[in-house]
Design a protein around this ligand. Structure first.
Ligand SMILES: [Zn+2]
Ligand SMILES: [Zn+2]
Ligand SMILES: [Zn+2]
Ligand SMILES: [Zn+2]
Length: 172
């Protein structure tokens, strides 16, 4: 590419410098817009260099900005899909992070939970339930005075009793 300045949207878009036609993240056709861009002609000025320091220490004494800019041939590369991608599973919007071909973090976590659930023993599964569901199971197991127990106590009573058929615990 014979451009002196290339900007991308989203800013972290990964592109192949040898073939800027398809997005490396989602394989969508990229849109290229040639336009003049202003860039620093040289290093940033003395004052701007101090601006980067904590609390911009020293930038005031260094005086006003004297940075020089020049106009160059620029190119703006945009991936319309990666700017506001939707999850391939749940269709909700999420941030690209060069991961648009994978489901969103929420869907990945759900998938992980499902897998973990499948590999867990009934006792391990039981520990994932809240007190409401534990009471439902306790009732089924004919335990008396279920409302007098806290979650931890219910768990201790139920752990030796729970079998695979009890799970998942359904309301009715
Ligand atoms: Zn893309
Ligand atoms: Zn400056
Ligand atoms: Zn993407
Ligand atoms: Zn999703």
């Amino acid at each position: 590419m014979a451009f002196e300045c290339v900007r991308t949207s989203p800013y972290n878009l990964k592109t192949d410098p040898k073939d800027v036609t398809l997005c490396l993240c989602c394989n969508t056709k990229l849109s290229l817009e040639e336009k003049p861009m202003r860039i620093l002609a040289d290093d940033e000025c003395y004052s701007c260099r101090y601006q980067d320091r904590p609390f911009a220490l020293g930038s005031v004494s260094a005086g006003p900005c004297t940075c020089e800019y020049k106009e160059v041939k620029g190119c703006h590369i945009t991936c319309k899909k990666c700017i506001s991608p939707r999850c391939i599973k749940c269709n909700r919007k999420f941030n690209c992070n060069n991961n648009c071909n994978k489901p969103c973090p929420d869907c990945i976590n759900k998938e992980k939970f499902k897998k973990q659930w499948k590999q867990s023993t009934p006792a391990e599964k039981l520990k994932l339930y809240g007190v409401k569901k534990l009471r439902i199971l306790a009732k089924r197991k004919k335990i008396k005075r279920i409302y007098s127990y806290k979650k931890q106590q219910l768990l201790e009573i139920l752990l030796p009793l729970v079998v695979a058929d009890d799970l998942p615990i359904k309301e009715k």
